[in-house]
Design a protein around this ligand. Structure first.
Ligand code: F0G
Length: 460
């Protein structure tokens, strides 16, 4: 019998970036010096960096070639028209406003359509989306299905919208107060979980009945399309390109942080059908970002994105990517590390409450797990727990989130299977000595809002 050939990535290395190794003792000292805040580490002190999958991917030779062709004209840049064409071909939208990243797209779009007293229902809005809504004294209302919040329960599309809940919200607020319904694909906030095509269609139908437009936050839309192809029966034979078109068929506006599925290091955009709204956005683009044909991007960055969007929907690339995330999950399960399931598209979430049950939430167990993982192997993740949840603005007391998670986000086309084995072994060693951790951290200094980026901690 011939041996089945293992799956390998559909690319090979051309340029390398050095990684520096330090001893555990050096890392222990360094993390204490930076007050146990992983955001404060210089990146050359990190061996495997899983703090985010945003802007951390590797570009292809075709993208670098396009960088050399970048047209830096202030107005009418050729690179803008290449980007516009890619978006038209892949997503079907005629109008495109480039922005420097996702939250800038939110700023422009919401400046045009969100007002005080508005409500925007959707599936667990991302932090910056919620921030831009609340900043305008409007409400982001989470209508994600209940299954999303049970880490041990299997559901193939935990990013789905609960349609009953959505209809209740529409009836409660009235359609005049709802400028749009927001679908995030994949839903980062609940773990990179996908939304099914059936759910997208049903949401659009419901929205149509009430004459409310549907907008989509499409940072990881290609990964979402991959999950539709592999998990939703009627789409197994569809190409990713056709699934993407179908996902957007009844959507009025999309915005993208292209640092994710756009396979670039910086950039974003808003794309839409409506020329009137496009003209309105233009006013805000010019005051906040730049002229209409570059927004917040350089010509070379738009060129790289025009190519990255096309590469991001190639099946072989997506298959390799999602399977790499799943491979790490399988290795962690072999070592009995408790993770959230099913595994999403871009990241794994480790359940710190189950790994460090002796550490109370008030002592930041997920942060402790992150620090221990850093000391053990120089692997950097990010806390999604009490530190991130921050304080209740009214009582000033720490909120107690349901879960204490450590997110390991996997950059695109950067790390190998060896790196995944290394991360799994690091966590296995942390788990083995987890009982020796008898206390966590207390806060020394914290900012008024978004404290997790700059907080200073000390050991109890
Ligand atoms: N929407 C989603 C779903 C996101 O995940 C992000 C960023 C944004 C919008 C904002 O985009 O960063 O380009 O301004 N997520 C990053 C992360 C930061 O680590 O998950 P941005």
């Amino acid at each position: 019998m011939p041996i089945a050939l293992p799956q390998i990535p559909p690319f090979k290395t051309k340029v390398v970036e050095p990684v520096y190794f330090r001893t555990k003792e050096e890392r222990r000292q360094k993390i204490q010096e930076v007050h146990y805040n992983l955001f404060n580490l210089h990146s050359d002190w990190v061996i495997v960096d899983l703090i985010t999958d945003s802007g951390t991917g590797a570009m292809s030779e075709q993208q670098w070639a396009e960088v050399m062709l970048g047209d830096e004209s202030y107005a009418g840049s050729e690179s803008y028209f290449k980007l516009k064409q890619s978006i038209k071909d892949i997503m079907g939208f005629d109008y495109v406003t480039p922005t420097h990243q996702g939250r800038a797209a939110e700023n422009i779009l919401f400046s045009a359509v969100v007002r005080e007293g508005h409500a925007i229902p959707g599936n667990a809005h991302f932090d910056t989306t919620k921030g831009h809504i609340e900043f305008r004294k409007a409400e982001a209302i989470d209508c994600t299905i209940q299954e999303a919040f049970d880490t041990e329960k299997y559901h193939p599309f935990k990013g789905n919208i609960d349609l009953e809940k959505l209809e209740e919200v529409i009836q409660q607020y009235g359609r005049e107060r709802i400028p749009f319904i927001n679908i995030t694909v994949t839903c980062n906030t609940v773990g990179g979980q996908p939304v099914s095509m059936a759910n997208i269609k049903a949401t659009c139908q419901l929205a149509k009945r009430y004459e409310i437009p549907v907008y989509m936050d499409i940072a990881r839309y290609a990964e979402n399309a991959y999950f539709i192809k592999t998990r939703e029966d009627s789409y197994h034979d569809w190409s990713i390109a056709d699934i993407v078109k179908e996902m957007f068929a009844e959507v009025s506006v999309v915005w993208m942080s292209s640092k994710k599925d756009g396979l670039v290091n910086i950039g974003g955009f808003i794309a839409l059908h409506d020329d009137e709204l496009y003209n309105k956005l233009g006013q805000f683009t010019i005051i906040y970002e730049g002229f209409l044909t570059y927004g917040g991007m350089s010509g070379r960055a738009m060129g790289a994105l025009a190519v990255g969007l096309r590469e991001g929907i190639e099946f072989d690339y997506l298959d390799d990517r999602v399977k790499q995330v799943q491979y790490l999950a399988d290795r962690l399960k072999e070592y009995n590390i408790p993770i959230q399931e099913p595994v999403g598209g871009h990241a794994l979430y480790i359940d710190a409450k189950r790994m460090l049950p002796q550490i109370p939430q008030s002592e930041f167990p997920a942060q402790l797990l992150g620090v221990e993982m850093y000391i053990e192997g120089g692997v950097r993740g990010v806390e999604i727990g009490t530190l991130l949840a921050d304080r209740d603005p009214i009582t000033g007391k720490d909120r107690k989130p349901e879960m204490e998670l450590l997110r390991l986000a996997i950059p695109r086309r950067v790390y190998s299977r060896n790196h995944m084995d290394y991360v799994a072994a690091t966590l296995a060693n942390v788990a083995e000595r987890s009982a020796s951790n008898q206390s966590g951290f207390r806060i020394k200094n914290q900012a008024e809002i978004l404290r997790h980026f700059t907080v200073e901690l000390e050991k109890i």
